[in-house]
Design a protein around this ligand. Sequence first.
Ligand code: ADP
Ligand code: ZN
Ligand code: ZN
Length: 827
Amino acid sequence: MTTFVQIVVNVPAVSGIFDYSIPEALAGKIGVGHLVIVPFGKQTAQGVVFRFIDQPSVPDVKEAFELVDPAPVLTQAQIALAEAMAESTLSPLASIVSLFLPAGLSQQVDTLYEIREPRSVIRKSETVATSKNSTTQKLRTEDILLNLLRMRGGSLRGRQIDAHFSKVDWRRTAQFLVRKGVLSSQSVLPPSRVRPKFTKTAQLAVPPDVAESSIGDLGKTNATQARREKALRFLMRVKDAVNVSWVYAESGGNLADLQELEERELIILRETEIWRDPLGKIETGEPETGTLHLTSEQNVAWREIENGFREIAEGRSIRPFLLDGVTGSGKTELYIRAAQEAIRRGKRVIILVPEIALTPQTVRRFLSRFPGQVGLVHSKLSDGERYDTWRRARAGLLKVIIGARSALFAPLPNLGLIVADECHDSSYYQSEPPFYHAVNASQTYARLAGAVCILGSATPSVSQRYQAEAQKMKRLELPRRIAEAGLPPVHIIDMRDELKAGQRGIFSRLLLNELESTLKRAEQVIMFLNRRGTATYIFCRDCGHVLRCPNCDMPLTFHVEDKERLLCHQCGYERGKPKTCPACGSKQIREYGLGSEKVEAEVNALFPKVRTLRWDWDTTRQKDSHEMILTHFAAHRADVLVGTQMLAKGLDLPLVTLVGIALADVGLYLPDPFAGERVFQVLTQVAGRAGRSERGGQVVLQTFDPANQIIQSAARHDVNGFYQYELEQRKRLGYPPFARLVRLEYRHYEAAKAEQEARALALKLGKLMSTENWKLITMIGPVPCFFAKVGGYYRWQIVLRGSDPKELLRDLKLDGWRIEVEPVSLL
Ligand code: ADP
Ligand code: ZN
Ligand code: ZN
């Protein structure tokens, strides 16, 4: 009897699941989760077996060709998660599945282009490069493409050609050339990029005294004898198998020497598969021995978590925990305890952190508590490192996986715990297709896998907090810091008063004074700048008035692309920049802009002897630069650290007793319903950096809008107050959690095309929305995005709002549109 399966085929842009039969030869070898090669149309492709079926849904079902890997690449729980994610994000199942496969393994089909008549004359380009004319543009593309192919021996794969064109739709030209018979095209599977890495090792094969007795006679010449003796003595000393290159280095010997020792049966040479372990490079601190005595608050939270493990063991399902606790309240300690509990129960653990490079202290603590059992997953791993970590996880060799959002997809058998630390952080959202939120996915995954889920933060997002209030999560509170210190006082400085007093620089008088005295005490300072939304809104420096849209009350943003204008990104309202403030008549109305370079320069000018260090996107392009900057600062090799968002993450720097916030308002007036929340989170987190030791500390927060609710709450570390206020705003304006959003974005390198496409779709959606089914959905747009041009592409967007607006789109074909269900930003 023939067996039939459903396979998710790994071809970009293919959304479905397809039926195949299993050939006789593979019967019994293929199970759910296996990676196979299958015919697909005229192509060959990889795919993952999702389930067995009794009857195929099509008559002429094809046979799977080949099994790629004898072990499954996805677990049952992962398959269930992939399906749930595809359903909830509207992403093609294949693109979600590719998140689970390491880069090297997930080969994707490519197209091989080949010149059919190698000697055909290539037209010389007589056109000017800058010509906008589309025919000449096409000719140029044709020439470049054909020349490229000729230079590279007549054929290239699509992805190789991609590297030579940016922003040019060369594929259309290639298809045209295929139709004219100049080129041929066929689909191919590129060669797999990653192989397990093998290394030669040597190990002593006899007891040391036996080796000792044969040491006198190892070679004919003195030099040979000396080399081999050294090698043997080294191996007698280390006992374990070691990499041969190490033996060479110790002895001055070579492979021939070792082979001779092997001939004499003194040592064994092996080819061993080695794991490329990035942790090899990170040194861990002293292992922390013994367990801390939990505080009474931690204890209350811990009882709930412990009970969660028990309930799951008894076959019940539980809600995720929202561990809501200020920085330094002992959350990480609870994560560690939960991980120990999961491991004790024979299960595996996933710990998600916003970004490994920015949270080295958290990572270290796990490394020292779980030595040899932790695998690290992050964006800077090489394909090989990633592949090995993936295989070790699958083989059950790793008990704990720590990493940024993609660590969620490590193939752990028997998952017992998922933790998402700093669960409010926007880096958990993948803002490139396939779009997904790793925290939402964690909740789903934990439910499907029967695992405990803990989301931790000092500033949970409004939606997360709301979920807890609606009993979808269980909230656990740690309201106080472990250390005596408490949270640092925050001084709000009204920068309008500074201007009036003639203080025109970046720093207020108080901040200058505190800077000086802190440096005198040989303590450290953090100067924080909010990078997002610099120089984008217009406000009055005298009264703080911010210009808003008369229709939507959204702050207007300043654009200088062709002419100076103010624009509403909600409704498209546009006006010129006023000469005076509409509220008070002052001429001091302008946009705001300030970079970290400028702040650093100012500190240097004021305090020439002070050692400054800058931490922003410019200074961290290199691999490991985060680590370097942090280590430098932590070792007190600098006095002032000037930086952006990165400073907000989980740093623990005891010498920092002053945090200066250059301008707290930046980012507040962006045309985005989530802007206020982001500013509150970052201000609260940064303020929490000061005074983490008994030295105490303080924060100086500078603003032009001191009465602002968000700034007030952040200054008081008042998370509850902020939550109530923001929830009220969201309710009033009809934003999440009171409605769901879907964001549709179209990009094109011609502005007119982007606009045209957006208007056409809006028209179509508008018609649909007038029907009975979808009446309650509203549409915002079409409008140009706030970041109207990115990477050479013009961006337009449409936002749908309703109780579940994605259902309107489920069966529509929207080629070229980027669709984000429940986006975290509308910029
Ligand atoms: P968070 O993750 O909330 O920022 P941590 O778990 O890092 O807090 O705790 C802050 C500091 O307090 C750390 O140095 C930690 O080792 C210490 N700590 C945590 N729990 C306890 C405890 N019960 N007793 C003593 N020290 C603790
Ligand atoms: Zn004014
Ligand atoms: Zn408007």
